[in-house]
Design a binder for this molecule. Structure first.
Ligand code: ZN
Length: 373
């Protein structure tokens, strides 16, 4: 194992931050895993610690066959957001930007840079595109700390063959996001982790960190008609809810990740197995997720549990109307049928605030608009 501390630009006099990067094994293919890009999401931080313990032993036994890069905490900027005992962590305090948005490469610039270099040899095309992406990342400019953070992360990840970004929700069943053009590998990942809910998305529109790694491959292939041999597979893994930080869960998830890495040939002899799955598999497009919003100010109380299958019209929750002159509640009916897989922990809610998500079988929003906020 090799550990590097990559310095980030000083955000203020007397302050210095850095990214920690651990590397295992060597080989032409690279797997990159990070956790905590949203700095208030901590289950993945522990999962990677369990994974690192296992990778150290595998490396000593000679069972790592490719290059594996672990960034154990991806957002030292957000981790420093301590505000009156709370950890906001999701948005940059200087620009207001979501830490998991706005880092995709310009497809126009990439096409201009590499389009004319692509030919009939798919493996050569891979090398050309990875080199061009590394160049574009190195040339990224910006004054804000979040821009420097994104550049530092992408400098380690953009040429990966496999990129896994560990997140979590407020209070949720485990689930994964991946590109809808990569279903076989996405299914293998979800099966390895034992996660029943798989959300597939079109990565041609607004993308998060994961889509920033897959968007260049699919759009360049479409724009140029040229083939690639091994485009990057990327996924966002939602490790349940913010409070789901435990050795038992982290060990389980690390074993699932190891089983996946072994299936893809990065390691061998790990004895890791696919983890048991709770609940029936539900693979849908992200535009089939219905976000339920609060209709009023008040306290939300739920009448359904995580994992429940609800029918449209079922009583999902009530909003306790604290402004009323006498105790009064407003019923929130399930707007569609499906599985309730996410709830909020912010029980004091307000009009338009998300109070949950249902994985349904019907389209709920226009494709490609799920990350527009
Ligand atoms: Zn997140």
């Amino acid at each position: 194992m090799k550990t590097t501390h990559l310095p980030l630009p000083s955000p203020a006099p007397g302050m210095q931050r850095h990214l920690t990067i651990h590397e295992y094994g060597s080989g032409p293919r690279k797997a990159y895993l990070q956790a905590g890009l949203h700095a208030d999401e901590w289950p993945g931080l522990l999962t990677l610690q369990h994974l690192m313990t296992r990778l150290e032993a595998l490396e000593q036994a000679g069972h790592i066959h490719q290059h594996i890069v672990i960034v154990p905490f991806a957002n030292p900027v957000g981790m420093n957001q301590r505000l009156f005992g709370k950890f906001p962590g999701r948005f940059d305090a200087t620009t207001g930007q979501n830490f998991n948005r706005g880092m995709s490469l310009s497809i126009g610039a990439l096409t201009h840079r590499v389009g004319h270099l692509l030919g009939p040899d798919a493996k050569q095309n891979d090398l050309q595109l990875r080199a061009a992406m590394r160049q574009l990342v190195a040339e990224k400019s910006g004054h804000y700390e979040i821009e420097a953070l994104h550049q530092a992360l992408l400098s380690q990840s953009i040429d990966a063959h496999l990129m896994l970004d560990l997140h979590c929700d407020d209070n949720a069943l485990p689930h994964v996001f991946y590109g809808d053009h990569q279903r076989p590998t996405g299914t293998l990942l979800a099966d390895s982790l034992g996660f029943a809910i798989r959300l597939e998305e079109d990565v041609r529109g607004t993308v998060a960190f994961d889509g920033s790694h897959t968007q260049p491959w699919i759009t360049l292939a479409e724009n140029t008609g040229k083939l690639f041999a091994e485009p990057c597979f990327a996924a966002t893994i939602e490790l349940r809810g913010q409070k789901d930080v435990s050795d038992a869960l982290a060990s389980r998830d690390a074993e699932g990740l190891l089983a996946f890495l072994e299936q893809l040939g990065f390691i061998s002899n790990s004895n890791a197995v696919a983890q048991p799955q709770e609940g029936e598999t539900l693979g849908i497009n992200v535009d089939q997720v219905k976000v339920i919003t609060s209709p009023a100010n008040g306290l939300v109380v739920y009448h359904q549990s995580l994992g429940d299958w609800v029918e449209a019209g079922d009583l999902l929750a009530e909003i306790v109307l604290l402004d009323s002159n006498r105790p009064e509640r407003l019923a929130v009916a399930a707007p569609t049928s499906g599985r309730l897989f996410s709830k909020t922990d912010t029980f004091l809610t307000s009009p338009g605030a998300s109070i949950g998500m249902i994985a349904s079988k019907d389209q709920q929003i226009q494709p490609g608009t799920q990350l527009s906020y």
